[in-house]
Write a protein of this length. Structure first.
Length: 94
């Protein structure tokens, strides 16, 4: 049984609206937490740079196993700091 194009369009619009609302709510909670706990901002900034560090090293042909391990270790440390900050303030670690 095929669904009508109109029903599919309605469902897609409904899902897109729910997704947009969820993203907006997430950003509000994130901004609120950052305002109360500004120490999370540099942690998140460093975590967001992980991919760039790896790509930069790869493009400059300097990506060794030891450098990759160092980046991974630093990333894991930052993730743990972020998780500890969240949990200590009553939020889930992720």
């Amino acid at each position: 049984m095929a669904y009508s194009k109109e029903n599919l369009k309605t469902v897609r619009e409904m899902l897109a609206s729910r997704r947009s609302a969820a993203i907006s709510e997430h950003e509000k909670r994130r901004a609120s937490f950052a305002a109360e706990h500004p120490e999370i901002i540099p942690i998140e900034q460093e975590l967001s740079m992980t991919g760039s560090k790896i790509m930069g090293a790869a493009l400059s042909h300097n990506l060794s196993d030891s450098l990759l391990a160092e980046i991974k270790k630093e990333n894991e440390s930052l993730r743990m700091k972020k998780a500890m900050l969240l949990v200590s303030n009553g939020y889930p670690a992720d």
